[in-house]
Ligand binder design. Sequence first.
Ligand code: URA
Length: 431
Amino acid sequence: MFDIIKKKRDGLELSQEEIQLLIDGLVAGTIPDYQISAFLMALYFRGMNDVETAYLTSAVLQSGEQIDLSDIEGVIVDKHSTGGVGDKTTIVLAPLVAAAGVPVAKMSGRGLGHTGGTIDKLESFDGFDVDISIPDFIQKVKTHQVALCGQSANLVPADKKLYALRDVTATINNRALITSSIMSKKLACGADAIVIDMKLGNGAFIQTLEKAEDLGQMMIRIGQKMNRQVAIIISAMDQPLGFSVGNALEVKEAIETLKGNGPDDLVELCLVLGANMLLFANKVKSLEEGKETLQQLLDNGTALQKFKELIQSQGGDITMVDQPNLLPCSSHSYTYNSPQSGYISQLSAFEIGRASVALGAGRITKKSKIDLGAGILLKKKIGDRVEAGEPLAILYAANQACFEKATSYLDLAYDFSDNKVTASPIIIKTL
Ligand code: URA
């Protein structure tokens, strides 16, 4: 392991055998966390070329079991986000696309850095079980057209370990690590085609369009090597998606969206991602037709019904869907008021993400326990007019002490302008 770390530190290319050795040792637990962490930092700075990334993806994919969905009819299409703040897209999209008749077998992750994770969010439902066995997972997709699972011990265990270490060693945003992490999970879950929501902006792990395109092209090439179609939707993450940030708060907003009352940016993103999924699955002939089909399923309650079916099939309490006030909510709240009048010109998703972690909605160490009821409810977003002293956000936490740190991040999050400001469109580019 010393030699592998040194080789990467010095910017040299690793062989397939070396990458395999590393992943085998990681999974077997024979390489200590401090050596893996040192390797991750060397890789963060030195990067990996396409060949190394393909070897890494394949070693991570093969570190555990793979789900065979070949006896489910039709094209299995999966979606993944590169991670954002307030990103509750999967909670809406998985039942929505399933309601359109396309099977969704999705493995999701937990929070990473200042970004949230779908699995943490769904655990807001009492009883909701993400640790389902592979046969059970397959059966659920067959019966309900949708199932969501976490990374149980035998599905891509290498990514699970790397992910947890990257989260706490500031080594998340590296193209080889992001590519291998996402593609290995999608391939292990049996996806024929993959739609990636590539977040771009201060709240994302990718901050320039050039880097987003570069990462996107790499994912498309890795997908092609493995005979999978990949579409990349580059979407804005300069401000949080929707108005809620934090696990149960986001679930509540997702439920409203499934009822047809979602915020514009979230709805548009779900329709575009979903339409691409329907197109890959040959359910529609154009993206426009896909968007229309999905909008109808939101408007007529079919998507919400499918969501209830999903929650119930995995042991969750569906009374919480009908009565979202039963979902966890932290006992203390604090109203953050605007320091000045003007139009909001900046609402940094990164600072809002950090504030929500400070409130207890994310993890600070690998073992941190998150507070499902903690988070932030935004009252205003970029382009909105606000008067001095008017509420900008409501903060929720289990204890009062969290508010001081969180508000110090909020102080950095906002900028104001005397002139009208227009928020950038949610969809930036499709590859
Ligand atoms: N999501 C993942 O699953 N992996 C990453 O590396 C980043 C976002």
